[in-house]
Each structure stands twice: as C-alpha cells, then as structure tokens.
Design a protein around this ligand. Structure first.
Ligand SMILES: Cc1cc2nc3c(=O)[nH]c(=O)nc-3n(C[C@H](O)[C@H](O)[C@H](O)COP(=O)(O)OP(=O)(O)OC[C@H]3O[C@@H](n4cnc5c(N)ncnc54)[C@H](O)[C@@H]3O)c2cc1C
Length: 599
C-alpha cells in the first residue's frame, strides 16, 4: 500500500469521483470495484483497516448451511458462487476446508442434515454444470474416490473449482479429520466442504488491488460529516486522529460502508428515516485453543444445545471455536467476549469432544458484532437475514451494509452498479476476473538464515508472492535490524520482519495493528502478549520486541514507545484478550447469552 503521508497529501488536494467511508471488507470491495471501472477513488478508515467486524468473523468463506433452514436460498446460492470464485481469485488466501458432522454408536448421520447437504451440493455445482455444458467437458475420473483427508478434494475444471459432493464417511475417516474425537469413537459422519481464510488479510489484499487501480486509501481518518451543497453530498469532513488536523475530501459520490456504524453517518436532512438502515448489532464470541489440546485437521459441526450448533475449526495452527449470536447494546469500538459466552462455548466443546478444557486453557478469545439490519421485527438475531441492503439518501449518499464477508464482491458490485447507472456510464463490473494477490509455491521462496522452517508456509499463505518482501526484510540483517528473521513469539511462525513490512507497506501505526490484525497473534497467543500478574506494568517480551521494531520503522522517541506500549495494554484489556491471557478470569463484560443455530 502507499505510504500514509502520501495518501494524506492526495486526499487533501485531489478531487475524487467516489469517496468510500469504512475500511472493512465492504469498503475495500467497493474501492476495488469502482477503481477497476475507471473511477478515481478515496477510501477513509477511522481506526485501522479491518478493525471492525472484518477482523472478528469465523473466517469462513461459505454458503452458510444454516441459512437453508430459513429458506434463504438466494443468499446461499450467491455465497456459494462467491466461495467458488474466491478460491480461483485468491488460492493462497481462501482454502477449501473439509467439515464433518459426526455420528456415534452406529447411528445413521442425521437425515435432515443430509437433505440440507444435498441442496448445498446442488447449489454449489449449478455454475460448474453450466460451464461444463458450455464447454462439453467431462468430469475428471476418480475425483469422488479420494480418501477423506487426501488434500482439498476438488474437481478442477479449467479456471473453475468446485468441491466434491458431500458423502457419508466411516468412523476411521472421521478420526483422520477430527483426531480430537478419539475418546468418543465416532462410527460415521457426513463430510462436506466449505472454505476458510484470514479475514484481515483478505481485506488488506483487496485494498492492495484497489490501490493498483489507483485508489487512495488511508487509516486513522474519522469521517465526521458530509460536505453538502443544495442538499447534495459532494464529499466528507475528516479528522486525522494522528495529527488532530481536520480537512475535507471532495468527491462527486459518497459511499457509506461503515458496517455496524452505518446509521451514524447522516446527511443534514433526510426525507424519511427509511433512507438509512436501522442497525441491530449482534455479538459473536470465539475462543482459540492450542492444536495439541483439541487437534483437528478438518472442521467439526458441534451441537450446542436447543438444536443449535457451533464450529470447531483448525485455523493458523490452532483450533478456533465459535460462535455465539446475541443482541448487543454496548459501545462498538472495542468488543470484548463475555464470560458467559466463553463458558457456553467451552461447555459445548467439552460435552462433544469429552474434554475438560477450562478458560485457563484458552490461547485467546475475541468478539465482534454483526451489522444486522433491523426490520422492526423482534425476532432473535440468529434468525435475521444476512442479506446485504443498499440505501440511497436524497443527498445522494449510498449506504451498503448487512451481508457477509463471503459476499463482499456482490455488495461492491451492487453499489458501483448504482453509481454507474446514476452516471449513465457504460462500465461493467470486472472484479470476477481480478486476481487477489498472487499465489506462490512455498518451494519458490528463498531460504533466509534464521527463519524457522514453519514460517515459509505461513508466509506463503498470508502474503502469496509478496512473502518475498518479508523474507528480503528478514535477510537485511543490518546492525539496525538485527533480529528481523526471528519469530515474534517463540514457537509461532510470525516473524519480526512482518512488523517492519506492516509499518512500511501496510500503514500499521500501532502495536495493536500488528498483533491483532497484520498478524493474528492477539487472537492466538494472548498469554504471551499479556503482562505477568506480578508485573502488570511491564510489557511481555514479545510486545516489547514489536514495539521496538515499530519504533525504528516509524521513528518513535523513547517516550512515544512507552506510550504505545501502555496503549496496547489498554487495548488488550478493552478487547478482552488480556483476560484470556490471565487465565480467562473476568473475560470482558458480561452479557446475556443465546446460542447460535446451524452455522
Ligand atoms: C462473530 C461473527 C462471525 C462471522 N463469521 C462470518 C463468516 O465466517 N463468514 C462470513 O462470510 N461472514 C461472517 N461474518 C460477517 C462478516 O464478518 C461481516 O459481514 C463483515 O465483516 C462486515 O464488513 P463491513 O466492511 O461491512 O464492516 P466492518 O468490517 O465493521 O467495517 C466498517 C469499517 O468502517 C469504519 N468506520 C466506521 N465509522 C467510520 C467513520 N465515521 N469514518 C471512517 N471509518 C468509519 C470502522 O472503523 C470499520 O473498520 C461474521 C460476523 C461476526 C460478528
């Protein structure tokens, strides 16, 4: 990405066709789509890119089996098509993931789930069939005969990918995918496929592509209001939260992509309240656990009481468990997991896997709020549709919200189609053919002295071809950067070189930016990032290492470094990761819990 100072200069002086407010996946998608259609685009993010809901998801790129229960067929079909496309456009970032619904004691797997999976198969293969028809190509032989755990089990069809049909697998195959179930001796199960990603990296990658098409993106820019003339929005007022300066960004079109904050950016006058969405935030909590404590190769659908289920998923070398789905009314800037939600997730996991995991066994916990759109109906948040909605005020501002991580491209298309229609331009959407980053084979990465073996695969997955940049930094080895080849946290693959890269090329400005988003250590290694109870003011060594690397990159004084270390301490507490690090005691703010339905 371009340097923040360069972005600020362009934002203050240039006039844009489109200004996008919000740097989550929706805003990033709109910026890419609009820029790729020839618009000049500015994107402004109040905090850090993806710091809202887009860093707090279950990390699934999926159709959403449970939406079939609500007969939300259009949403599932659309999401399944997007899933297929994302694997093709970003194969290093969006990976197929086998998922298992196990059965025990010789029972046949639940037939109702089988019916849902049949429908899921049909929908995910619709486009593939259409393409095959067009090209009269035959299905590769033997594709359905592979064992459950033998790789991603995909059918290849030129540029198109689609998972195998679901099938019933034996107890042994269930155990290959879910070793954590060994004590329960599963006898069979359904196997099906969805996909998984790193949500923040997806956002950063889409932003990077938007910049390739000329978009100018910057974080730490709070949009405080609209510039209006004769009732029409023609830009936004901005507060730079780093410098405290205020300035205007002029643009012919304003797109509000602020997720759960979408009802807060308002023109001076509305004809009617229905011009803006009414957001009903719903909190979802996740916890992470060491792989050794709950080993998974594939994901498990785990019953969680009252006919509800949660996911247990392998993710970045750990196990990720979630999610809950509760109406939420607290402040939106930092969302902490509630202790009740954590207990609920642990109870479900322990009952299912026969484990005795306690809050003290967690490696992290995080929560986020879904930007659900209220229809005024008092139904449970879990039952509210995840469909995206587009609103247009009489000032011309377009608001796009709701939806899912998976459907970001459709949401962006819907928004930019509206702009194109308004401008009577002929500019079709191109994002279905724009690769997101560039995949790299791990063997192609240069070996650098001091870099642990496990880091190469992790770098290839996170950055694709750009992993070479990280390795070049790791190899710098100058006296000024003596340790960039070393891991941030001993035993985990993330490198100090990534901290330098984040500061130089990804607008990371704080320790939290690096630990919570550019890497995901805040979610996976909370214990190593929080102060020892005996020395609450002394940063953990890993945090100090990150702080010192950022200080070199961003030219912080010794005083500023101490200030930033203290800020991260506060952020860790506000996000609830500190509590996970301290053994789960006092996790976040308490809140009424209500389990989620089929994921
Ligand atoms: C617990 C949970 C699990 C989920 N799991 C999945 C999943 O597995 N798969 C899936 O497809 N979807 C999932 N989702 C949904 C998905 O995460 C969201 O739909 C998506 O991330 C929303 O992205 P967004 O860009 O609209 O909002 P956000 O990511 O919240 O982005 C909005 C941005 O706007 C910024 N902003 C706000 N106000 C201003 C302002 N005035 N000026 C400038 N910037 C501003 C914010 O700082 C924020 O960064 C999940 C959601 C939750 C909560």
């Amino acid at each position: 990405m371009i340097e923040r100072s360069q972005a600020l200069a362009a934002l203050a002086h240039d006039e844009f066709d489109v200004v996008v407010v919000g740097g989550g996946i929706t805003g990033a998608g709109v910026a890419l789509d609009a820029a790729a259609r020839g618009y000049s685009v500015a994107l402004l993010e109040r905090a850090d890119f993806a710091s809202g809901t887009s860093s707090r998801s279950s990390k699934l790129v999926h159709g959403g089996l449970r939406y079939l229960q609500h007969f939300d067929l259009g949403l599932v079909r659309e999401a399944l098509l997007e899933r297929q496309l994302m694997v093709a456009l970003a194969p290093h970032l969006v990976h197929p993931l086998p998922l298992v619904v196990p059965a025990f004691d010789g029972a046949h797997p639940d037939r109702l789930v089988g019916v849902g999976l049949n429908l899921y198969d049909v929908m995910s293969r619709e486009r593939l069939r259409a393409r095959r028809g067009k090209r009269s190509r035959s299905t590769p032989k033997g594709a359905g005969e592979r064992p459950a755990a033998a790789g991603p089990a995909l059918l290849e069809d030129g540029d198109s990918w689609s998972p195998e049909r679901h099938r019933v697998i034996s107890g042994e195959e269930v155990l290959e995918l879910l070793p954590a179930l060994a004590a329960r001796e599963p006898t069979s199960g359904y196997l099906f496929y969805d996909c998984q990603t790193d949500d923040v990296r997806l956002v950063l990658t889409v932003l990077g592509e938007a910049e390739r098409f000329g978009a100018v993106c910057a974080n730490r820019l709070d949009v405080t209001g609209l510039l209006e003339q004769s009732g029409r929005a023609h830009g936004v007022r901005v507060l730079d939260s780093e410098s405290g300066e205020r300035f205007d960004v002029r643009a012919a079109n304003v797109v509000n992509a602020t997720g759960v904050w979408a009802d807060q950016l308002r023109p001076q006058e509305l004809h009617e309240e229905a011009e803006l969405p009414r957001i009903r935030p719903s909190r979802g909590t996740h916890v992470t656990i060491r792989h050794e404590h709950l080993p998974l190769v594939g994901g498990a659908i785990v019953p969680a009481g009252s006919g509800r289920t949660i996911f247990a998923l392998p993710w970045l070398g750990h196990t990720l468990v979630g999610t809950t789905d509760n109406d939420y009314e607290g402040p939106l800037d930092h969302i902490a997991p509630s202790a009740e939600d954590v207990d609920y997730l642990l109870d479900a996991i322990n009952a299912f896997f026969g484990t005795e995991l306690a809050p003290g066994d967690l490696t992290g916990a995080f929560a986020g709020v879904r930007p659900l759109i209220s229809s005024g109906d008092p139904k449970k948040s879990v039952d509210i549709s995840r469909k995206a909605e587009l609103y247009e005020t009489s000032s011309g501002m377009i608001t796009i919200t709701g939806g899912k991580l998976t459907t970001w491209r459709r949401m962006a298309k819907m928004t930019v189609d509206r702009l194109v229609e308004r401008d009577a331009r002929d500019a079709p959407c191109r994002t279905h053919e724009i690769p997101l980053g560039q995949a790299v084979a791990v063997e192609e990465l240069p070996r650098v002295e001091g870099v642990p073996d496990a880091s190469y695969q992790a770098l290839a997955n996170r950055y694709g071809h750009a992993a070479r940049q990280v390795l070049a930094l790791a190899g710098e080895g100058s006296p000024a950067h003596p340790a960039l080849a070393q891991p941030i946290v001993e035993g985990l693959p993330d490198l100090l070189a990534e901290v330098a890269l984040a500061a130089r090329h990804e607008q990371a400005r704080s320790i939290g930016d690096v630990l919570l988003r550019r890497t995901r250590l805040g979610l996976l290694a909370a214990r190593q990032l929080t102060a020892a109870p005996a020395k609450p003011d002394e940063p953990a060594p890993a945090v100090r290492r990150v702080g010192e690397t950022l200080a070199r990159e961003l030219h912080w004084s010794a005083e500023q470094l101490e200030l930033e270390l203290a800020r991260f301490r506060e952020e860790a507490v506000a996000e609830g990761i500190a509590a996970a690090g301290a053994g789960g005691k006092g996790l976040g703010a308490a809140g009424a819990h209500q389990p989620t339905a089929m994921p």
